[in-house]
Design a protein around this ligand. Structure first.
Ligand code: THU
Length: 133
């Protein structure tokens, strides 16, 4: 079920699409970008990075969190995730847990077959285990 996004979330999704261009995904060919809103105009990017040892591959969402933490940011309001056009790309279970560590109720925008979906992490990962409980 796709949603009409606010201008801010539409811009965040557009940033995620830019990050998707930088994905390193030669094994799956499934390119993903993420843009993480850390408040006050600070946006951090992630792209999936795969490896010849497939299991070492890391998702775009976790890459964005790592970049933000390394830059000194920990308060995340929203994340947008852009996978291949026309493919459902909601954050995987590992990324949901990784994001919940910092804000279990952040806004999450992802795309499904019809277009963008805006939801919350609490909706995607109810009753999560995190430092806020
Ligand atoms: N992937 C992401 O980066 N984020 C998601 O939300 C879904 C999956 C990556 C992992 C792997 O490199 C490729 O997409 C195929 O699963």
């Amino acid at each position: 079920m796709s949603t009409t996004l606010s201008p801010e979330l539409d811009e965040l999704l557009s940033a995620a699409r830019d990050a998707r261009e930088r994905a390193y995904a030669p094994y799956s060919n499934f390119r993903v970008g993420a843009a993480l809103d850390a408040g006050d105009g600070n946006v951090f990017f992630g792209s999936n990075v795969e490896n010849a040892s497939y299991g070492l591959s890391i998702c775009a969402e976790r890459g964005a969190v790592v970049a933000a933490i390394a830059a000194g940011f920990r308060r995340f309001d929203a994340i947008a995730v852009a996978g291949p056009q026309g493919e459902l790309t909601s954050p995987c279970g590992a990324c949901r847990q990784f994001l919940a560590e910092f804000n279990p109720s952040m806004t999450v925008v992802y795309t499904d077959r019809d277009g963008p979906v805006a939801t919350t992490l609490a909706e995607l990962l109810p009753h999560s285990f995190n430092p806020f409980v």
